[in-house]
Ligand binder design. Structure first.
Ligand code: NAP
Length: 365
């Protein structure tokens, strides 16, 4: 595979630090640019991040001395890279505009931000679930007037555990109703216990905007490309409550589900254990060997024990059993800043690279 030069926009933040850590050892992607706000621009990466480094492993040596670029200097950043990852904390309309500026500078954007998730011609992709949505990029390029540039996004971290678990059951058994409660780690808010001490021994029953994302984004993931847009699915109906809990990393979900054609417990387990998506078929470098793992033990998955399964890229499921109101209930877990954020972004970029979306057939650049 060709080596791609890549940039991280928002490299100093929580998700940006994950990107920097994952890219330090990546076989296809070479980290060429780190960019952030004007507050960080001109400083070395080490100075700009300072005491904010929140990763379990030390900052990679090769990035420490890199000079942070100003993310708003789009042409200068775009000239140095084949594409960028983007994870910035800005207003939604500013993020939308910034990402489109990169795309129009013929620099594809793989985004962790929510700003473009509901733009009808922007694919929101989990490689194991809806890789066919990348087809919409042709329509987006037409709208933007680009030959190479586009924006592709990954979905919200809250749903990265339960949507993969529901996906292999959805069509075959007619998934009709879903109720989910999520228990979400503080790193999902870009925080640690040092920067958010109020979360020690505490639970906050509100995460702004999260319940809407948890209910609506799955329907776009399960939608269809029709003409110049991705048309969201109309089923299942999903209702969600999202709680912030005192855990550093790892989002857990308690899920209830009903079907038109109720499967047996054995049929559900067989679909989970045997599930393989495009990421596994293409053997993408960051793909887990088995996306879905089922634990037989009654007290698993546990956040601390299981969040790093397959480098934090797999989904752990447990406690499948019949329910009195719904057909079945279960719990599931995924790492929110790995599979749920930067790792999911890197995997999406690997899929785009494998399918040639970062290569310009017309050599316009
Ligand atoms: N944390 C998660 O688990 C998670 C999961 C999925 C998606 N996300 C999304 O990812 C994005 C980043 O989240 P985060 O948790 O990494 O936030 P964060 O830790 O607050 O980091 C924010 C980043 O944005 C940069 N930034 C702020 N204002 C900017 C500006 N005007 N121009 C350019 N860069 C600017 C910051 O640079 P400076 O250091 O220079 O200020 C920093 O690099 C958000 O949209 C979030 O919703 C987060």
């Amino acid at each position: 595979m060709k080596q791609y030069q890549v940039g991280v926009v928002g490299a100093t933040g929580m998700v940006g630090q994950r990107f920097v850590s994952l890219l330090a050892e990546h076989p296809w992607f070479h980290l060429a640019v780190v960019a952030a706000s004007p507050r960080s621009a001109g400083k070395t990466y080490e100075e700009a991040v300072g005491s904010r480094w929140a990763m379990p492993a030390p900052m990679p040596e090769q990035v420490k001395g890199m000079v942070v670029m100003d993310a708003s200097q789009v042409e200068q950043v775009a000239a140095k890279v084949d594409f960028v990852f983007c994870a910035v904390d800005m207003k939604k309309d500013e993020i939308r505009a910034l990402e489109e500026r990169y795309a129009k500078a013929e620099c594809p954007v793989v985004s962790n931000n929510s700003a473009h998730r509901f733009t009808p011609d922007v694919p929101m992709v989990v490689p194991e679930i809806n890789p066919e949505h990348l087809e919409i990029i042709a329509a987006q390029r037409k709208r933007l007037g680009t030959k190479k540039g586009f924006v592709a996004v990954k979905s919200n971290c809250s749903l990265q555990s339960y949507v993969p678990a529901l996906h292999p059951l959805k069509d075959e058994f007619g998934l009709s109703r879903v109720l989910v409660c999520t228990y979400q780690a503080i790193s999902g808010a870009g925080k640690t216990f040092a920067t958010w001490p109020e979360m020690v021994d505490n639970c906050i029953p509100y995460i702004g905007g999260e319940e809407e994302k948890s209910e609506q984004e799955p329907l776009k993931l399960w939608g269809k490309v029709e003409g110049d847009a991705i048309v969201p699915a109309t089923a299942p109906s999903i209702t969600a409550q999202c709680l912030r809990i005192p855990v550093s990393d790892g989002h857990m979900a308690a899920v209830f589900m009903s079907f038109d054609k109720k499967p047996s417990k054995e049929e559900i387990l067989a679909r989970w254990v045997g599930f393989e998506g495009e990421a596994q078929r293409l053997a993408l470098p960051s793909a887990p060997k088995h996306f879905l793992h089922y634990f037989e033990e009654a007290d698993r998955p546990q956040t601390k024990l299981d969040r790093n399964l397959e480098n934090g890229m797999a989904v752990s499921i447990g406690r499948l059993r019949p329910d009195t109101q719904y057909d079945y209930k279960f719990v599931c877990l995924s790492h929110n800043t790995l599979r749920g954020a930067a790792g999911g972004g890197v995997l999406l970029a690997e899929l785009l690279a494998a399918k040639g979306y970062f290569d310009c057939p017309f050599h316009v650049i």
